[in-house]
Design a binder for this molecule. Structure first.
Ligand SMILES: Nc1ncnc2c1ncn2[C@@H]1O[C@H](COP(=O)(O)OP(=O)(O)OP(=O)(O)O)[C@@H](O)[C@H]1O
Ligand SMILES: [Mg+2]
Length: 320
């Protein structure tokens, strides 16, 4: 439904922060995008919505929504698409909510503009949605301004606003981080229902691999502005191939290890503009060889529909 090829994002004429990402969102499928902080996940999401700030530069070889080339689309056309066919749950709800409007007015306005509902009908739909995302005392909450709500409540309002127009494409950036586990699984179920009932295509960004294991159809692993591994959920969890993916799994807390400090990956994501010449993970990679420091490994299909950007994959050959 939505496809981008060779997506590049930078600030002004600075180095690319997102550097050659290919993504395709398909109807009824949930693609999870994972990767550590600063790898470019949110910039990728904002690019897909075409919501980057004017100081940012966006380029892509292909940017197509349902056969329509959006590369040169006008702001007017993009506005019609956003909030109707495409919706986003932002990582920072405060930046996306209007501080001088009650959340009720914001959500009913969306319904009136995009679905032509009258005020009273819109209010009923909004109330029902608030109940679905487990907002207690929904009537009172509709009258609240964003600053009067807790972080978790604002996140639920954002989710309600994104889901209420039943978008064909949903981009959710860390939508459940501020929520406790019970509400989190309720929200995951809502998103899954949307996918199943309406065929919504979902891009779900998270650093929580337990969430990925629960909802993903496909997974893309991002490192330093590039996708380093892409596979179905089963293939990625059953047979992770990129050393960075392996490190992410090793850093994942396990139920039997509660209370032990979380394993971390040594070193840091290189800064844009200071990228190593070869593989960007090579300086942190226990498997790195001479070639890895020289040439960037392109994504290769190492098993059917399992793509890895690593000269050393499959790694078994190097393990004794
Ligand atoms: N508006 C901006 N101007 C300049 N640099 C930016 C801007 N937005 C993001 N960056 C930089 O781009 C890089 C990627 O940022 P991004 O927010 O996409 O990371 P992320 O993967 O979403 O991280 P997190 O998991 O912490 O949300 C970071 O180094 C960040 O500092
Ligand atoms: Mg982010």
């Amino acid at each position: 439904m939505l496809a981008v090829a060779n997506l590049r994002v930078g600030v002004g004429d600075g180095p690319a922060i997102v550097d050659g990402v290919d993504l395709a969102l398909n109807s009824g499928r949930i693609l999870c995008l994972v990767g550590e902080s600063g790898s470019g996940k949110s910039l990728t999401a904002l690019s897909l919505m075409r919501l980057l700030s004017p100081a940012m530069r966006l380029a892509a070889d292909r940017f197509v929504l349902d056969g329509e080339d959006l590369a040169q689309a006008s702001e007017k056309r993009l506005n019609a698409i956003r909030g109707n066919r495409m919706a986003m749950v932002f990582q920072e709800p405060m930046t996306a909510l209007n501080p001088v409007m009650t959340v009720g007015d914001q959500i009913t306005e969306t319904l009136r503009v995009h679905q032509g509902l009258r005020q009273e009908a819109a209010r009923e739909v909004a109330l029902a949605m608030f109940r679905q995302v487990q907002i207690p005392a929904p009537e009172a909450r509709l009258r609240a301004y964003p600053h009067q709500l807790s972080g978790g409540m604002r996140q639920r309002v954002m989710i309600a606003m994104a889901l209420i127009c039943k978008p064909a494409i949903l981009i959710a950036d860390e939508p459940t981080t501020a929520l406790d586990v019970t509400i989190q699984s309720q929200i995951l179920r809502l998103i899954d229902d949307l996918r199943a009932q309406l065929g919504t295509a979902v891009l779900f960004i998270t650093h929580n691999l337990a969430v990925v294991a629960e909802i993903a159809d496909e997974v893309a692993v991002m490192y330093a502005g590039r996708i380093v591994e892409r596979a179905s959920r089963t293939a990625l969890f059953g047979d992770p191939m990129h050393p960075y993916t392996l490190a992410l799994f090793a850093a994942m807390p396990r139920a039997d290890e509660r209370g032990r400090p979380l394993a971390t990956i040594e070193g840091q994501v290189p800064a844009p503009g200071a990228m190593p010449k070869g593989c960007r993970f090579a300086p942190r990679c226990p498997f790195a060889a001479a070639r890895c420091r020289e040439d960037y490994p392109p994504l290769r299909e190492i098993a059917p529909a399992h793509w890895v950007s690593c000269w050393r994959a499959p790694l078994e050959e190097h393990l004794s």
